[in-house]
Design a binder for this molecule. Structure first.
Ligand code: NAD
Length: 526
């Protein structure tokens, strides 16, 4: 059944439709809201934010847990809506809902522990002062979401924003507006008192209006190109931004990896959700010794992945019609540069579906190695060793996630990868770990959602000092006695100046004795 939304009508009554990418059926009709409706929503959110902040951690925790319970209880309806609006299989939609529920549960329970006021250490110079820090709500946060994970992705940000005590004005993608409305309407059922989570409906112009509406922060998830526009618009009012952008995630398979497990996860990580995942594995660097075995297994598994709109299909259609052209262009470019397809080929793009494609012999400067393909296309590259794999994986403008399949060198490789997140012997698992921060480097954006860092991202660190007792002579005063600062200077030099001073040649620094490898000083003293 199609939804007709009764949110504030746009000027002139303009509306837009959301349709199913598989069959074109109408999912919903929504107002194309502009600056006026966005400004009204932000004004309502301001009042709601004061009320929501006033509930304190305990009040918010109860309501967020009730919201989580409602979403979990209605997961069937939500999964069905996500399936209709994005085309993704119900199983993929369910995983999204599951992860969103887990994140909501975590922030609801942990926000107080992360953000509550805490004492900070004092220093000798200000020993008569106590210090504390607390994390206060920002006020109103604008959240702009993409279509590829219309539940999980915005909820990851919204959960942290709400738990930190802010109100939200959420602009879902125009492709998945019905899902966005479902999320906000469900919240209004458990928090009917104030519009703490509102949706504004529309396209990029609505998103732009939200950036210019004087919110206290914008959390944007989408493409790097739009991210730049968001940042430029937010700059006008110095509105801070979090940018969660695209990716070109690499997997590294070292010579001691479990090759079958790596192949299975490469196919799932690269082709799940038809590759329309910011964290999709798009490049795989495999060490020479296991390359042939890996490639054979990947080809075998990828050939079994079946696109379709029926209940048994492994992957659905490409949700954004213009992405089909990007995928076609990336494939044509790869073949023109000498790549070979072990699975699929130039004819893989069959709108609205794309068949799985496994490419080998792809040069590093091919589009499919450099730009986000966002389709079920996996490029596998042979490398000499793990060091070469890391070097090639890092030679990307993006840096969102990464995966490593290895034993001995796994941790070393994971650390060396230039990415916000890396999973060892699995793919994408960091996204489902509510205690971990989520975000990228480089073209993949900045700022973090999820976990303690996500909660602090949507808070204002507030520092407070409190004088516990006055000193006879105040240093920070015009009334300080003339001899005070020289005495403080002597004390400062005693305390700080000795440490790390470069000694004259042949002399050890004062205060530090050279130590032998046994840990004893050369003079024989411990
Ligand atoms: P997009 O950039 O086209 O749109 C994202 C959102 O921005 C939509 O709601 C859109 O209406 C809005 N928008 C468009 N123009 C705007 C403007 N000028 N000002 C403000 N808002 C504007 O991205 P998309 O196609 O919806 O999503 C796919 C992209 O999102 C991919 O690049 C994918 O990798 C990325 N993504 C990243 C993450 C992450 O967590 N890093 C998660 C999911 C998707």
């Amino acid at each position: 059944m199609a939804v007709t939304d009764d949110r504030a009508p746009a000027a002139g009554g303009a509306t837009f439709d959301s349709t199913s990418p598989a069959g074109g059926e109408l999912v919903g009709t929504f107002p194309l809201q502009g600056p006026e409706q966005v400004a009204e929503a932000v004004a309502r959110a301001r009042r709601a934010a004061a009320w929501w902040a006033g509930l304190g951690f305990g009040g918010r925790r109860r309501r967020l847990l009730a919201y989580k319970a409602l979403l979990a209880g209605r997961s069937g309806d939500l999964v069905d809506l996500v399936h209709r609006e994005t085309g993704k299989p119900a199983a993929d939609a369910f995983i999204e809902v599951l992860l969103a529920v887990e994140h909501l549960d975590w922030v609801a329970r942990k926000a107080e522990r992360v953000l509550r006021p805490r004492r900070a250490a004092s220093t000798l110079v200000l020993a008569n002062h106590g210090a504390s820090v607390e994390y206060q709500p920002l006020g109103v946060v604008g959240v702009i979401g993409p279509w590829n994970y219309p539940v999980f992705t915005p909820t990851g940000a919204i959960a942290s924003v709400l738990a930190a005590g802010n109100a939200v004005v959420f602009k879902p993608s125009e492709l998945t507006t019905a899902v966005g409305c479902f999320l906000a309407d469900a919240f209004a059922e458990v928090v009917p008192e104030q519009p703490v989570l509102q949706v504004v409906t529309g396209d990029g112009t609505t998103g732009n209006a939200l950036c210019l509406a004087g919110v206290d922060k914008v959390s944007f998830t989408g493409s790097p190109a739009t991210g730049r526009k968001v940042m430029a618009a937010c700059a006008e009012r110095l509105t801070p931004v979090v940018l969660e952008l695209g990716g070109k995630d690499a997997m590294i398979v070292d010579d001691d990896a479990d090759v079958d497990a790596a192949a299975e996860q490469a196919v799932w990580g690269g082709m799940g959700n038809a590759g329309q995942t910011c964290l999709a594995i798009e490049r795989v660097y495999v060490v020479d010794r296991v390359y042939d075995r890996f490639v054979a297994r990947v080809a075998e598994l990828a050939a079994r992945v079946r696109p379709g709109a029926d209940a048994g299909a492994d992957i659905g259609p490409i949700t954004l019609p213009r992405q089909l052209e990007v995928i076609r262009r990336h494939l044509a470019d790869a073949f023109a540069r000498g790549a070979r397809a072990l699975v699929g080929g130039p004819e893989a793009v069959r709108p609205p579906f794309v068949d799985p494609v496994v490419l080998v012999d792809v040069p590093e400067d091919a589009l499919v190695m450099r730009e986000e393909t966002f389709g079920p296309v996996l490029a596998v590259v042979r490398v000499r060793d793990a060091d070469e794999a890391v070097e090639r994986a890092n030679a990307s403008a993006y840096g969102l996630g990464a995966a490593v399949f290895a034993r001995r060198r796994a941790d070393r490789i994971a650390r060396a990868l230039r990415s916000g997140m890396t999973s060892v012997n699995s793919v994408l698992t960091f996204a489902g770990m509510p205690s971990l921060p989520f975000g990228g480097v480089g073209e993949s954006g900045f700022g973090r959602v999820h976990g303690p860092d996500g909660l602090r991202e949507f808070s204002r660190a507030k520092a407070i000092t409190r004088q516990r007792f006055p000193l006879p002579f105040a240093m920070l005063s015009f009334d300080r006695p003339a001899r005070l600062l020289p005495a403080v200077e002597r004390a400062m030099k005693l305390r700080h100046a000795r440490f790390g001073r470069t000694p004259p040649a042949g002399q050890a620094p004062r205060g530090r004795r050279p130590r032998s490898r046994s840990g004893r000083s050369r003079q024989g003293r411990p």
